[in-house]
Ligand binder design. Structure first.
Ligand code: CTP
Length: 403
């Protein structure tokens, strides 16, 4: 495959040499387009030796060959690693003041970018909007991940590891392979919020809309998985092409999940399960006349479905939990997530911050995926569909043994 690797001016450019190397070793014809700034971080001879091709930088070189469009036209895949905040902004605006900008505008190939920058820049509203715009146009993002940055600081913005970039980029390029990378895999997703009845007309519920769980079910279906969706109360239409089982209460959810999870390779507990239920459910409507000025409800804890299905031998089946937390900072959010995955015993935990105005009933989400050791293996922000796709990528890779 003819692959263009764009390298832009960030310190992570030194790691991008391993992206070139990985693609060349996988048998691809790699053409590096480096920005001037990139060449201040990594030398042209290194890039040429590893890519085995001339490195292109200058818009005004080989003009007779119309190189500013020829490179993009010939490409079957464009990978930009690292993609700086500046490059992302230029790509979003369609600016073509250098060879890389021209190449991207001229290509019809899939474009994969691996952002790398400091946390403040990654979280800046300008970058957030640019990334969202690129995503909506079909640009694929790999990372960034959280970790040590260039200075003494660490946080979100570190470029994904080169082997991950190579794997994701090749999966994207193979199109069908990416979309069908869960072919033959069965995925169970629980979604929505449970409702615990108090009487025939009232219940204790929560604000979960089921959007993230349903997005996961749809994304898994689109990637070729056989999907069972166990839906508690959801506020969005149920997807087609998946088997739907309704389970309104935590007790019913436990029954259904215990029954069907053993027949699924991956179980994702995205449902917001009520931690408690009323000790007694009144057969008749509770009347004010009978209860008086104050009403005290006695609640009893529901069984922990996630912990139950995580326990015991699972023979390679993956179990994934969600953690919706109202932590005041990212560090505290991660701390709660790490304690939760240790307590629940699942393989991965998708942690997201929630609040009065975030997390629920919105189309956007911001998640960090922790593995059983508490390490961050993935993080993303964006629409619930793009977040779902990214999360599934983690499990697809885990199942194929690439992680
Ligand atoms: N969960 C579950 N059974 C329960 C409660 C929660 O299976 N009775 C699952 C949820 O589906 C989710 C994960 O556990 O995948 C975490 O849910 P969360 O409400 O964040 O955690 P809790 O265990 O309820 O802990 P706490 O409310 O104390 O944070």
């Amino acid at each position: 495959m003819n692959i263009v690797v764009g390298i832009t001016g960030g310190i992570a450019a030194y790691k991008a040499v391993n992206v070139i190397r990985g693609l060349v070793l996988a048998g691809h014809d790699v053409h590096v387009v480096a920005t001037e700034a990139a060449l201040r971080f990594v030398g042209r001879p290194t890039l040429e030796a590893l890519s085995r091709n001339t490195v292109n930088t200058d818009l005004y070189e080989a003009v007779a060959e119309v190189r500013h469009v020829a490179i993009g036209q010939a490409a079957e895949l464009v990978v930009i690693a690292p993609a700086t905040a500046n490059t992302i902004a230029k790509l979003a605006a369609g600016i073509a003041d250098d060879l890389l900008g021209n190449t991207v505008l001229a290509t019809k190939a899939p474009v994969v970018i691996a952002p790398a920058m400091h946390t403040e820049m990654w979280q800046n509203p300008a970058t957030v909007a640019n990334v969202e715009l690129l995503r909506s146009r079909g640009v694929h993002l790999v990372g960034p991940v959280s970790g040590q940055l260039t200075g003494r600081d660490s946080g979100a913005g570190r470029m994904a590891e080169p082997d991950v970039i190579v794997a994701e980029a090749l999966a994207v390029a193979s199109g069908t392979a990416r979309l069908r990378d869960l072919e033959g895999v069965s995925v169970l997703v629980t979604a929505g919020g449970t409702r615990e009845p108090l009487d025939p007309v009232r219940y204790i519920g929560n604000r979960s809309s089921g959007r993230q769980g349903i997005a996961l079910a749809e994304a898994a279906r689109d990637r070729g998985a056989r999907v069972t969706l166990v839906a508690a109360h959801v506020e969005v239409p149920l997807p087609s092409g998946v088997e739907v089982v309704r389970a309104e209460t935590a007790a019913r959810l436990l029954e259904v999940v215990s029954d069907v999870a053993p027949r699924h390779d991956v179980t994702i507990m995205a449902a917001a399960v009520s931690d408690y239920r009323p000790v007694a459910v009144s057969d008749a409507k509770i009347k004010k006349a009978a209860t008086g000025e104050r009403l005290t409800l006695e609640l009893v804890q529901n069984p922990d479905i996630l912990a139950t299905i995580s326990a015991g031998p699972r023979g390679g089946r993956l179990v994934v939990g969600f953690a919706a937390e109202t932590a005041p900072s990212r560090d505290e959010l991660l701390e709660l997530g790490r304690a939760k995955i240790a307590r629940k015993g699942c393989d991965y935990l998708v942690v997201n911050g929630v609040g009065w105005t975030t997390g629920f009933a919105t189309d956007g989400n911001e998640v960090v995926v922790l593995d059983a050791a508490g390490d961050i293996v993935f993080e993303a922000s964006g629409s619930k569909m793009s977040v779902a796709d990214g999360i599934l990528g983690v499990f697809a890779r885990a199942r194929s043994g690439a992680q």
